[in-house]
Design a protein around this ligand. Structure first.
Ligand code: FES
Ligand code: FES
Length: 158
């Protein structure tokens, strides 16, 4: 069957088996290889994307369930060749090591900053607690998100 959705601002239609996961559809069929698969059980957060404005585990959804949805993957975060402030901050603060968890961390952090523009360290830690980093780069990731929050909301900076 055909599935039509909008990924990073572009509408795409592709053939898809009804049993195909959204993660496999995005990564393997549409080529958005920033969608990483770790546990495929909804536990590790590697496959986290933004779907209709909220984060979702792409491994726990079928592609057919996303019919008509608007999706953002890590490939859609930069604009006009400029990294998203979170991406730049991860780069500046060594927030990515192997980078496997990074796309999911960025989607999760972007959602946090939309909802809570000036999060405390505890709020950052709580929000990313569902995303596993195999390199255990948590402190750098927390630093990256905190710095991006300050840059996006300079008036709230201490
Ligand atoms: S691959 Fe989806 S949560 Fe682990
Ligand atoms: S940077 Fe390697 S898994 Fe997080």
């Amino acid at each position: 069957m055909k599935v039509t959705l909008t990924v990073n601002g572009r509408q795409v239609t592709a053939d898809c088996e009804p049993r195909r996961s959204l993660a496999d559809f995005l990564r393997q069929d549409l080529g958005f290889t920033g969608v990483h698969l770790g546990c495929e059980h909804g536990v590790c957060g590697a496959c986290t994307i933004t779907l209709d404005g909220a984060t979702a585990r792409a491994c726990c959804l079928l592609a057919v369930q996303a019919e008509g949805a608007e999706i953002t993957t890590v490939e859609g975060m930069a604009t006009d060749g400029e990294l998203h402030p979170l991406q730049q901050s991860f780069r500046d603060h060594h927030g990515l090591q192997c980078g496997f968890c990074t796309p999911g961390m960025l989607a999760t952090a972007a959602e946090l900053l939309r909802e809570t523009p000036s999060p405390t360290e505890a709020e950052i830690r709580e929000r990313i607690s569902g995303n596993l980093c195999r390199c255990t780069g948590y402190q750098f990731i927390v630093d990256s998100i905190a710095d991006a929050a300050k840059k996006l909301n300079p008036r709230d900076a201490p």
